[in-house]
Write a protein that binds this ligand. Structure first.
Ligand code: B12
Length: 276
């Protein structure tokens, strides 16, 4: 990869794990695939109150970390009926593609200076997905990598990033320092992360929430039902009370109860630093 040769991609193990299988190639099980369709769907910021020791703590859940309620088939059906509109073509969810790059080069999105992609009024509050199809759109236009015009003279995200991951020298963020890399997976936080810099139950909102291109998107977050004292204590202690976990899962739209061994330690750690 060109950026790799220039030394612009981090060698962080976790990051390399995420991108190691990524390749733009026709899949072996779909050799007749002709086109890739890339979709951006709105994915809002969510806010939820955790009641804890007599106080309400409002906590952000970044887009991408809770379930939207959409099923995989909803999107493939949408592609069949609204985009392809003709019968007899295959549409298969595509894994292992660099989705932002795809969205930007297809003309759907543009990069923000924060290295994530933006689509009109959705701002960056969106989820990307891609699909191979054997339908021929007879469209060969590919755009260059483009940044939003608004970013040209703006450095708000650079200043807001808690660990200065965004720089003018390297458009790809300094992944090693991105809080998200550590809080979306298990394990202890590295000591160099200042505990006061954590700001969301999962992910980090700092490079998006002050962004002028997200002004509209920030106005309309999802508001989830409050988490009670009893439920918060359970999460803080990492206890496995399935009845309460079911109730919390429903409120947060996160499948905590069905994946308790995975989620409980992560939420215990992340919520712990937020409610300190
Ligand atoms: C690995 C990964 C991470 C890693 C690494 C992030 C990274 N920047 O690569 C970590 C865990 C840190 C992470 C964090 C986040 N992620 Co993430 N992540 C991914 C994943 C799996 C792959 C991304 C990737 O390909 N990285 C490799 C780098 C090299 O590619 P790139 O980032 O597109 O870099 C391009 C640009 O830098 C560009 N470029 C280089 N020079 C220049 C110069 C100019 C002028 C321009 C315009 C461009 C340009 O070229 C590079 C590619 O060739 C994708 C899902 C997927 N399959 O794509 C989700 C994805 C990108 N993540 C997503 C999200 C939401 C996030 C977070 C916002 C979550 C959060 N709230 O904390 C943060 C944002 C951090 C940030 N500012 O980048 C969404 C992005 C949605 C959007 N709006 O674009 C995705 C698409 C998931 C999804 N299905 O929707 N993520």
């Amino acid at each position: 990869m060109h950026l790799d040769e220039e030394g612009k991609l981090s060698n962080n193990k976790q990051f390399r794990e995420y991108i190691k299988e990524m390749k733009f190639k026709v899949p072996d099980n779909f050799p007749t695939a002709e086109y890739v369709i890339v979709l951006a769907r709105e994915d809002k910021l969510a806010l939820v109150n955790f009641n804890f020791i007599g106080k309400k703590h409002e906590v952000m859940i970044s887009p991408g970390y809770y379930q939207s309620g959409l099923k995989k088939e909803d999107l493939t059906n949408l592609i069949q009926t609204k985009i392809i509109k003709e019968k007899g073509y295959r549409v298969e969810n595509a894994q292992g593609l660099h989705l932002k790059l795809l969205a930007v080069r297809s003309g759907l999105a543009r990069y923000g200076r924060n290295n994530i992609s933006y689509v009109g009024e959705l701002g960056s509050f969106l989820a990307l997905s891609a699909y191979f199809t054997d339908f021929n759109f007879e469209n060969e236009i590919l755009y260059d990598k483009r940044m939003l015009d608004e970013c040209e003279n703006c450095k708000i995200c650079m200043k807001a990033c808690p660990n200065n991951c965004i720089s003018e020298e390297n458009f790809v963020i300094n992944v090693d320092k991105c809080i998200t890399l550590y809080n979306e997976v298990e394990g202890e936080f590295p000591e160099w992360i200042d505990q006061n810099k954590h700001n969301a139950l999962f992910g980090c909102m700092k490079c998006q929430m002050f962004c002028p291109a997200n002004k509209e998107a920030m106005k309309n977050p999802n508001r989830f039902n409050d988490i009670t004292e009893e439920e918060t204590s359970l999460l803080i202690n990492g206890d496995k009370n399935m009845t309460l976990l079911e109730s919390i899962s429903k409120k947060l739209h996160i499948p905590i109860a069905s994946n308790a061994d995975y989620y409980l330690p992560i939420i215990k750690r992340n919520l712990g630093v937020l409610l300190r």
